[in-house]
Design a protein around this ligand. Structure first.
Ligand code: PGA
Length: 225
């Protein structure tokens, strides 16, 4: 089965020359798996690629929303996926209600949403994930629900090098699958040494942050997945 390997560059790299270099080095990282590239907004119209992903979108398709990027506009650019509800956005005040509106707008525009969920340190993972799924997916019709990819990312494991064991993550994956039988990815300090463990635990792919900025490392992850 084809795995989905996402490179989430966040607000990196620093220059467009570096971004172009990285893009060219990773776009063909795997023939077997689906490599999704998620650069900052400013590169989405520059890079020509089948599996481009945005890091966020607004919940309105147009209007007086200074600074926002609408899902329809992303679709017009040829973007295919959009990350919604990343913990680095939730920490800025993005609520489950906002995430729910963004998911609906993205689906309406024909984008494939990647919904990020996960618990903070010392929180009960199942309780948090259950609550997020309930609120984030509220009112989304069955036909649309199927299009959503879920990314389980324990917040305490993101960008910290603190690994969530594949066994532990696998248990939460199973729990998520019981709620919504969609593709579930894993994210949180994934590197080429541990990437395979999560896939063996049943995850359909990986959401890679820090390690996706190192072309050699990311190619290794995508190739061996
Ligand atoms: P990380 O980021 O791989 O640097 O932990 C993952 C993410 O934020 O999606």
């Amino acid at each position: 089965m084809k795995k989905i390997i996402i490179a989430n560059w966040k607000s990196n790299p620093k220059t467009s020359a570096q971004a172009k270099k990285l893009f060219n080095a990773v776009k063909s990282a795997s023939r077997r798996n689906k490599v999704v590239i998620c650069p900052p907004f400013s590169y989405l119209s520059v890079f020509k690629y089948k599996f481009l992903c945005a890091q966020d979108c607004h919940w309105k398709q147009s209007g007086a929303y200074t600074g926002e990027v609408s899902p329809k506009r992303l679709k017009d650019l040829g973007v295919k996926y959009v990350i919604i509800g990343h913990s680095e956005r939730r920490v800025l005040g993005e609520t489950d209600e906002i995430i729910n509106k963004k998911l609906k707008a993205a689906l309406k525009a024909g984008l494939k949403p990647i919904l990020c969920i996960g618990e903070k340190k010392s929180q009960d993972a199942k309780k948090i994930v259950n609550n997020q799924l309930k609120k984030d997916l509220k009112g989304i019709i069955k036909k649309d629900l199927k299009k959503i990819i879920v990314a389980y990312e324990p917040v305490w494991a993101i960008g910290t090098g603190n690994f969530c064991s594949a066994v532990k993550a696998g248990k939460i994956r199973k729990f998520i699958k019981e709620k919504i039988n969609n593709k579930v990815l894993y994210g949180g300090s994934v590197n080429s040494k541990i990437a395979k463990d999560y896939l063996k635990a049943g995850f359909d792919g990986l959401l890679v942050g820090g390690a996706s900025l190192n072309a050699k490392e990311f190619r290794k992850i995508a190739k061996n997945a």
